[in-house]
Design a protein around this ligand. Structure first.
Ligand code: HT7
Ligand code: ZN
Length: 844
């Protein structure tokens, strides 16, 4: 397979004046007619006329009305063309039913839908399928379906035919078409300049009751983007469609967002608080793409972080404003450490802007998205809020309607702040997580913080250079008062010291407040000092972080030396969770422990070989110790935060439920499941029901509740995904692989549906000790399923290969067994380019 390099970019040889498409829909033979007006691009050097195409049956091709015979290539086709403007017309046939990869035009439960990002449009017709070719589309859809949708505004709708026109030039990856027997949940929004926008959420009949929350989230997002970024919507219509078979969360097609039904449909009875929060964030994310992605798009796919990092950053700001900013920040850091750090520290490490790829679908990663968002956050904290806002305004003014690069993005910051961002740009070009260490000198009222940074070399970045690190620091004195409010130190060298003067007694340094840079910090603080920060830090992130570090140290001491849980940590956490002045959601986070895979990573970072069984046992023992130690507080916590008013998915109520459920899982360790069974029986919402069920399974009393649950929800696909997933997540590691095998034989295990596949196999890969079972049964089982899924859906298969990315952490025996499985998959004839690239990189 061919490797594509950022350095090889050249502009396309032609500019498109207009695109007209006609779809004659048929489940097996859909005919697509295209008429595309081209003229030569004066800025291009290569005049070759190249159209991408994949799995297309060409029926006819004409240039200026005359039939032509194109030459077919690996990528599509080429053809001799006139010197000036010309009209390309083609007819192709495609098979939506046979398209199980869910890329291009495909069918899901009888409805037609499309997914074109990144390179799916070439499966619909011959076209220059690259983001820097932007064009105005007119689309005609013929088919016997009540709902026929495409991008932009409708220009005519008859029975069995609709015409759409999108006035905004767009790249082909933003094209969308939906057709089927759908019902609309309508809404409306008036923009700040007075434009009335019709909103619709299209769903399958039966799902009407799950639309209200998504609609409100859309309106909230539209308002927020006007208020915070000054961005107004630009069409008379905004449609969202829910689709059951979908490879990712959602897609920001212009004026016609397509959503995985799990990322938009919600009701109190069927969705958890976490589901609601995720849905609100994804709706915001896709909506925000209208400006950061659609109006200003990417020049090429190497620039993916230009739209994704920025849009993730924007959706985090939105969630922080809608809910609790500290809780959101802590959640984001937990997620970054769980998904991005392993990627950045293993064989899949790549820069936020990669320099090469084989299959772009493999680069929709936590590094591009989440680290990409961290980079924007650092930029904002370096230049300040006002300069950030000025630079972003300039970006929108200067680049509206263009396909841009990271250089364009950084230039607006340089131009508004007169800063030189040359060194900062390394955040986009270097892979790897920087390790930052800090030591202190104290001398008569003068505190010196000595920082060192070092990024481990990787295949992607063999010789990393020092990064610009914004390090937010505050000082807390022995009485618990803040003597120095947050300052952002700007570290640019490999080693650098910063001095705080005129201090009375020696304070404790609260370093990397708010997790101001995505690094691994080592700070030489005593446990007592950490406990002091846990009790008194004014920075909510660092307060939580000190609790987390103490927990991790306690667990690692137990794993390596068989020690008992650290009493000071237990006591410190107790004081926080019992503090009724604090937000319940925040207190619930304080009761969380580092995940087993995070502990494995921490052990490997310190040069130890993690043993999944010992890690599992240590987490269990620690949880038992918490349950015992907090036994006289837990019932009160549980009772006091059990919500009795009618269910609402807002931050206040969901925070209380989070704390009550954290308390319930401790309570279950001492009462054997009595409270959980009571909660299960009384639950009138999915958050309560599912949490109760999880606790019952954990104490081996879940079988009746699981049957009751299945009988209650067997007709609800999204809830059944939870039923499948929970049994795997909560399975005892010893028999997790058997649980998975049984579930995969269940009549409702429709493995071709990505949500269902992920609910079982994805959950299995996340059951750390179960997946890493010493027998190797877990590795074999996952490999079997990846081999089965790859010919059907390469994208979902390739993403799930990342379960193996940490394999070099483990003992020789496990490594051997994993290597055998990697080689077995790699030896499959006709392995997809997606999966092959992932496994080749993972294997190293
Ligand atoms: N921009 C989208 C990324 C995407 C995608 C979505 C659904 C299916 C396949 C996809 N490939 C790439 C989603 C987003 O970041 O908003
Ligand atoms: Zn996105």
């Amino acid at each position: 397979h061919q490797t594509i390099y950022l350095a090889d970019y050249t502009p396309y040889g032609f500019i498109i004046d207009s695109v007209a498409l006609q779809f004659d829909l048929d489940p097996h033979i859909t005919r697509v007619k295209s008429a595309i007006a081209f003229h030569p691009n004066p800025e291009a050097t290569d005049p070759t006329f190249l159209l991408n195409g994949e799995n297309l049956k060409l029926i006819s091709a004409k240039i200026d009305g005359k039939p032509v015979t194109p030459k077919f290539t690996a990528e599509g086709l080429t053809c001799d063309v006139p010197d000036g403007p010309f009209l390309w017309e083609a007819e192709v046939e495609i098979d939506p039913t046979g398209n199980t990869a869910l890329e291009g035009l495909y069918m899901s439960n009888g409805m037609y839908c499309t997914q074109c990002e990144a390179e799916g449009f070439r499966k619909i017709t011959y076209y220059p399928d690259r983001p820097d070719v932007m064009a105005v589309f007119t689309v005609t859809i013929n088919g016997p379906h009540p709902v026929l949708l495409s991008n932009g505004n409708p220009i005519s709708t008859d029975t069995h035919s609709a015409q759409w026109h999108d006035p905004w030039p767009k790249p082909a990856y933003l094209f969308a078409l939906v057709a089927g027997d759908l019902v609309a949940h309508p809404g409306s929004f008036t923009t700040k300049s007075g434009r009335d926008v019709a909103l619709n959420l299209y769903v399958r009949p039966g799902d009407e009751g799950k639309c209200a929350f998504g609609m409100q989230a859309l309106k909230d997002s539209m308002k927020w983007d006007e208020e915070v970024y000054g961005r107004e919507y630009d069409l008379d219509l905004f449609n969202i469609v829910a689709v059951d078979d979908f490879n990712m969360g959602a897609m920001e097609n212009k004026g016609l967002n397509v959503f995985n039904s799990s990322a938009v449909l919600a009701s109190p009875a069927t969705s958890t608080d976490m589901n609601f929060e995720r849905i609100e964030a994804i709706i915001a994310h896709e909506y925000f793409h209208n400006w950061t992605g659609n109006r200003i798009t990417c020049r090429d796919w190497f620039q993916l972080c230009l739209k994704e990092g920025l849009t993730v950053f924007r959706d985090s700001q939105f969630t922080s404003d809608m809910r609790s900013a500290p809780v959101k920040r802590i959640g984001d850091v937990i997620d970054l450490r769980a998904r991005q750090f392993p990627e950045d520290q293993g064989p899949l490490a790549h820069p936020v802007r990669p320099a090469s790829f084989q299959e772009i679908n493999n680069f929709y990663t936590a590094t591009v998205y989440e680290k990409g968002a961290e980079v924007i956050g650092m930029l904002k904290s370096l230049v300040g809020d006002q300069a950030y806002s000025d630079a972003v305004d300039l970006y929108f003014d200067r680049h509206d309607g263009q396909a841009c690069t990271i250089e364009d993005w950084l230039k607006v910051f340089e131009d508004t702040t007169s800063r030189d961002l040359t060194q900062f740009k390394r955040w986009y070009s270097q892979a790897g997580t920087p390790c930052l260490s800090v030591t202190e000198d104290w001398d008569h009222g003068k505190l010196t913080l000595n920082f060192k940074q070092h990024t481990p070399p990787s295949a992607a970045t063999p010789d990393p250079q020092p990064q610009v690190l914004p390090i937010a620091v505050g000082l807390i004195d022995q009485d618990g008062d803040e003597v120095e409010p947050t300052v952002v130190l700007e570290m640019t060298q490999a080693e650098q010291s910063f001095v705080f003067d005129n201090l009375g007694t020696r304070p404790i340094a609260s370093v990397l407040r708010g997790f101001s840079a995505p690094v691994v910090l080592t700070q030489d603080l005593s446990d007592a000092d950490r406990a002091h920060l846990l009790a008194h830090d004014t920075d909510p992130f660092n307060r939580w972080e000190q609790g987390r570090i103490l927990a991790r140290k306690s667990l690692i001491a137990m794993i390596l030396e068989g020690k008992n849980p650290n009493k000071d940590w237990l006591q410190g956490i107790r004081a926080v969770i019992g503090d009724e002045h604090l937000d319940p959601a925040y207190r619930a986070l304080m009761l969380g422990l580092p995940s087993q895979s995070e502990l494995a990573r921490a052990l490997a970072e310190d040069g130890h070989t993690p043993d999944p069984d010992i890690i599992y046992a240590a987490v269990e023992t620690t949880s038992d110790a918490m349950a015992k130690s907090y036994a006289n507080l837990v019932p009160t916590l549980y009772m006091r935060h059990t919500v009795t008013e009618a269910y609402q998915p807002n931050a206040a109520q969901s925070g209380k439920r989070a704390l009550a459920n954290a308390a319930l899982s401790l309570l279950t360790r001492t009462d054997g499941g009595t409270a959980a069974q009571k909660q299960y029986d009384a639950a009138d919402n999915m958050t309560q029901q599912l949490n109760a069920l999880a606790n019952l399974i954990r104490v081996g009393k879940g079988s009746t509740a699981l049957q009751v649950f299945e009988a209650q929800w067997r007709n609800d696909r999204l809830v059944m995904d939870k039923w499948f997933g929970l049994q795997v997540t909560e399975a005892d590691p010893e028999d997790a692989h058997e649980v998975v095998e049984t579930l995969t034989k269940h009549a409702d295990f429709n493995w071709k549906n990505p949500n269902r596949f992920r609910s079982v196999l994805g959950a299995f890969a996340a059951n750390h000790a179960g997946f890493h079972h010493a027998s190797g049964a877990g590795y074999r089982l996952l490999a079997d399923w990846l081999i089965k899924l790859d010919p059907v859906n390469p994208q979902t298969t390739a993403r799930m290969c990342s379960a193996f990315q940490t394999w070099k952490r483990y003992d020789a025996n496990r490594q051997d067994m994993i290597k055998t499985e990697l080689d077995r998959i790699l030896a499959q004839p006709k392995l997809s380019r997606d999966t092959k690239e992932m496994l080749t990189r993972i294997r190293g």
